[in-house]
Design a protein around this ligand. Structure first.
Ligand code: ADP
Length: 478
């Protein structure tokens, strides 16, 4: 027997017992006039209507009318009524109890409606607050199903976009029983919200143009709420796309400015190694140096030309990233695999540093493999470069809301608070490093450009003398 039936049966038994109790008390023990009995019965009926609903109140009203007539209206013990006035009393009792039950049921329904309304409003508020926080389309699209599933408690939510036939899902279950062509047909043909079995299908639009479909499974939504959710999702996607459009426009202008800046910086940075090479070469040509000195001058030329070479290729890469000439191929990549490949490609960094990796299984990000490996490798190399041999380096990753945070932590020299934002600028090297460890000051600038192109972010927290933690945040992929 299911629990609903058990509850109904229990309620019926309790209602009948309460009626029998009142009749028994007034008939056998406490002798009062019939009006008092009628009021006591009316009170029971009102309580039933308010607590359990009209069904119980009506049936018990009829039964109470019969008991009232049989036990309390003269002649007692028969259904006959001697005095015509008592007919009127009986009729008034029945009518009052039914009208009062209905009023009380209506109040109950209105209270339930108001509560449901309030819940739906809270739900809409939660969804809009979460969705309007994100300005990046990539992050927003992964956030939409998660936000709707979180607010509605749906078993599964699927977002389908006509543009690129993209699918995003969230919830405890997966929606896998609807084929892409069917989704496409639904997105194009639905003019309003539709309920199909367990699914609420909500079309998404920009103006009148269909843009996709939202499917919410195993949850009851009023058509108005479903429409409102569709509206919020459509508007937040439009908003993020518009913001990215504006940002792209500004980026074109910015890239022109950067090109000029880049030329200035390169000229400036190239001058130092060129001056050293020129000086060494001039001294060698003068042929007045000892064999030992000439070896040193040659090694200066060798080192400085390596540095020049590195500078030029990194500057070229940076320029390409600035002007968005690089093609990135975003796909769902497992973080553990990314880190393993990055460690392989810069294995020297681990020769003098015990390295630990703490990454949950099957944590995935939306990324371009090659570029992101480069970022992790750069952070790992920096961790090794800027800390004493033997100190540990830890690579870790964790899911944070709709994103994944990948961190590289070292126990090295650390970075002064005043320089923590500057080290991401091209050619900037912390004051403590400018004379020591070799480098170009371009690694972090390139890493940041790559991470931004992924719709992510890169940050550092550090304490001089204790170490640094670089954290890359990227959109999570299911
Ligand atoms: P490079 O290492 O070639 O100088 P980067 O752009 O990678 O260039 O780094 C810029 C500067 O940031 C470095 O010169 C260094 O001063 C500082 N830095 C980067 N990573 C670390 C780290 N893990 N610990 C301390 N300082 C760091």
């Amino acid at each position: 027997m299911n629990s609903r039936r058990t509850v109904a049966i229990t309620r019926w038994v309790l209602s009948i017992c309460a009626l029998a109790g009142i009749v028994l008390v007034f008939h056998a023990w406490v002798h009062v006039n019939p009006t008092t009995v009628a009021l006591a019965l009316l009170l029971l009926i009102l309580i039933l209507a308010a607590e359990w609903g009209l069904r119980y109140a009506i049936v018990i009203s009829v039964a109470a009318t019969a008991c009232y007539n049989f036990f309390f209206l003269p002649p007692a013990g028969t259904f006959t009524i001697a005095d015509p006035q008592n007919w009127l009393a009986l009729f008034a009792f029945l009518t009052t109890s039914i009208i009062a039950s209905r009023l009380s049921q209506r109040a109950r329904d209105e209270a339930n409606d108001a509560r449901a309304h309030q819940r739906e409003l809270e739900m809409l508020f939660r969804i809009s607050r979460e969705l309007l926080q994100s300005d990046s389309v990539a992050t927003l699209l992964t956030l939409v199903p998660a936000a709707v599933a979180g607010a509605t408690d749906a078993a599964a939510v699927m977002l389908y976009l006509l543009d690129g036939e993209r699918l995003y899902q969230a919830g405890n279950d997966r929606i896998s029983d609807i084929e892409l062509p069917h989704l496409r047909k639904l997105a194009l043909s639905l003019s309003g919200t539709r309920t199909d079995g367990d699914d609420v299908q909500i079309p998404l639009r920009t103006g009148v143009r269909p843009t996709g479909l939202l499917i919410v499974r195993q949850v009851r939504l009023s058509p108005e709420t479903a429409e409102a959710i569709g509206g919020i999702v459509s508007i937040s996607i439009d908003r993020a796309q518009a913001l990215e459009g504006v940002a792209r426009g500004e980026a074109v202008k910015e890239s022109e400015r950067l090109r000029t800046l880049m030329m200035d910086s390169i000229t400036h940075e190239l001058r130092t190694p060129l001056t050293s090479i020129k000086g060494a070469a001039t001294a060698l040509l003068a042929q007045k140096v000892s064999e030992e000195d000439s070896l040193e001058l040659l090694s200066i030329i060798n080192e400085e030309s390596d540095r020049l070479n590195r500078l030029v290729s990194e500057a070229a890469e940076m320029a390409q990233l600035d002007t968005q000439q690089v093609q990135m191929h975003f796909e769902s990549v497992e973080v553990g695999e990314l880190i393993a490949n990055a460690r392989e490609s810069c294995s020297w960094a681990e020769e003098q540093h015990p390295t630990t990796v703490e990454v949950p299984h099957d944590l995935r990000v939306r990324a371009d493999r090659t570029f992101l490996q480069k970022v992790i490798c750069n952070l790992l190399e920096n961790g090794a470069k800027y800390s004493k041999a033997g100190t540990p380096i830890t690579l870790s990753a964790e899911a944070v809301n709709g994103s994944v945070a990948i961190s590289v932590a070292d126990r090295g020299v650390g970075i002064d608070a005043s320089e923590q934002s500057l080290i991401f600028e091209r050619f900037y090297r912390a004051r403590s490093q400018s004379n020591g460890t070799s480098g170009t000051g371009m690694g972090l600038a390139i890493s940041r450009a790559i991470v931004l192109a992924h719709g992510g972010d890169i940050k550092v927290t550090s304490q001089v003398g204790h170490g640094s933690v670089f954290t890359v945040t990227l959109p999570r992929s299911e």
